[in-house]
Structure formats: structure tokens, C-alpha cells
Design a protein around this ligand. Structure first.
Ligand code: APR
Ligand code: ZN
Length: 238
């Protein structure tokens, strides 16, 4: 695709694949297991009720891992894209690792939550992981003493900022998907909405994603290799 106008409305959706080159494993590359755990044990509220200590141990490890992870070339390319488009750029991520913010993106919609935060299961008081007493097996709310839980959107829960996301899709001119398998809804359906709204749709992924039929352009490969070159073409910079 040729150079884009800085006035175009750009919406980008990222998934685990964009962080793979930063050393963070994707979800669906190990037979449906996340670091040897069944998804229902560590990514549902009922799993948390059954064994909160196990769930906390799992997310504490993911948090420790994300703290030392470094953004890669694809994350930095998205910072360039935000500079070029400013207010007409929306970055939506399914990732909870905070790498877009670490790279320098100023506005990131973290629709599946963040490893950097947790909140109280009773009074909903929110705090950072640093503030929570992570040394406890199951950290407790400083206000009411109930269990805290990671601020992660688990299966069966409603993603964050859906209204804002829908609005950005309605006025979107170009929709770009990076590193997501396209199997988890509602995010997997955004490409269809964007396409129906008349947007041009582009994906960059290691394998063909499930929602290929709605794509105008598909680039197969690693986002760290492909995205920086595409961003140069789109912005005409570099
Ligand atoms: N560059 C581009 N794509 C890559 C790379 C890479 N370097 N490495 C892997 N991929 C692709 C894989 O081919 C796969 O299609 O990234 C995709 C990652 O897919 P998933 O592991 O399913 O991750 P994601 O789509 O983000 O999962 C969505 O599901 O489990 C829930 O809430 C969790 O946010 C997550 C959601
Ligand atoms: Zn509380």
C-alpha cells in the first residue's frame, strides 16, 4: 500500500505475536496450554475461586517476565506510526505485557487488562502490582481485606473500552492487525466491522489468521521484520 495521509484514521489491533520477538510466548503455540496450565484453571474467574494461590503464582511470574522484557522493532514502528497520525491513530492491544507503553506509545487501549495492575474482588479498589503486597501468596485488599485479583480480562468477562473501540472502528480508514490468531472474540470480529465500515484491512502474522477472508492485504512473517518497512512506506519517513 502507498503512502497514507496523516489525516486518515488508523486503527491497529495487536496480539501476542507482536511480543513473541521480545521473548514472551504466545498463547496458542503449546497445544492449548499456557506454560503447562489449562486455560480454565488460570484464565477464568471460577479457576481463581478454586485456587487463587495458583492463579496469583501464574500472573506474578508473567508480571516478573514482562518487567524485564524489552520492546522489539515492531513495537517501535508503532510509536513512529502514532507520531505520524497523532489523534487519528488508535492502538488497541489484547496484550497485557505493557510493551507498547514501554516502547513509547502514548495512547494504548489495553482491552484485556494489564499485568501491572490488580483490583479487589469485593470493593473493586484498584492498585498497581507494586502497591499490592505481592509477597503474600494471595495479596489482600488494603481497604477491605478481601482477595485481590489480577486486572486481567478472563474468559467469560467483558473486555475493557468496547464502546471506545467501536467508535474508532466506525470512522476507521485503515485497520491493521498484527500478531493475533483471530480466534478470540470480540477482538477477532473487529476486522469484519472495519471492513463493513469501508476500511482497508491489513494483517501481518506468522501464520494465516482465521479471519483471512476480510483482509485486503496479508503479510506473512514476523512483525519485527515486516512492520518497520511497511511503516516507512505508509509514512514516507525514513
Ligand atoms: N510476528 C507476527 N506474528 C506472530 C509472531 C511474530 N513474530 N509470532 C507468532 N505470531 C502469530 C502466531 O502465528 C499466531 O497467529 O501470532 C499469533 C498469536 O496468536 P495467539 O497466541 O492466539 O494470541 P492472541 O491472538 O493475542 O490471543 C488472543 O486470547 O488467550 C486469549 O486473552 C488472551 O489476549 C489473548 C487472546
Ligand atoms: Zn476491597
Amino acid at each position: 500500500m502507498k503512502k497514507l495521509s496523516p489525516k486518515d484514521n488508523i486503527v491497529v489491533l495487536t496480539g501476542a505475536g507482536i511480543s513473541a520477538e521480545s521473548g514472551i510466548r504466545t498463547f496458542r503455540d503449546s497445544g492449548g496450554l499456557w506454560e503447562n496450565h489449562r486455560i480454565e484453571d488460570i484464565a477464568t474467574y471460577s479457576g481463581f475461586r478454586k485456587n487463587p494461590a495458583l492463579v496469583w503464582e501464574f500472573y506474578r511470574k508473567r508480571w516478573e517476565q514482562s518487567k524485564i522484557a524489552k520492546p522489539n522493532a515492531a513495537h517501535y514502528a508503532l510509536v513512529e506510526l502514532e507520531h505520524y497520525f497523532n489523534d487519528s491513530f488508535t492502538l488497541i492491544t489484547q496484550n497485557v505485557d505493557g510493551l507498547h507503553t514501554k516502547a513509547g506509545n502514548l495512547s494504548v487501549v489495553e482491552m484485556h487488562g494489564s499485568l501491572n495492575r490488580c483490583y479487589c474482588t469485593s470493593c473493586k479498589h484498584g492498585l498497581s502490582m507494586e502497591e499490592a503486597d505481592a509477597k503474600q501468596l494471595i495479596p489482600l485488599c488494603p481497604i477491605c481485606g478481601s482477595y485481590l485479583r489480577p486486572d486481567i480480562v478472563w474468559f467469560g468477562e467483558i473486555p475493557i473500552s468496547l464502546f471506545e473501540i467501536e467508535n474508532s472502528l466506525k470512522k476507521c480508514d485503515v485497520f491493521i492487525i498484527i500478531g493475533t490468531s483471530g480466534v478470540v472474540y470480540p477482538a477477532a470480529g473487529f476486522v469484519m466491522t472495519a471492513k463493513l465500515m469501508g476500511a482497508k484491512t491489513i494483517a501481518i502474522n506468522l501464520e494465516s489468521p482465521d479471519n483471512l477472508t476480510f483482509l485486503d492485504e496479508f503479510y506473512k512473517g514476523k512483525s519485527g521484520d515486516i512492520l518497520p518497512g511497511l511503516v516507512k512506506e505508509w509514512t514516507g519517513i525514513g
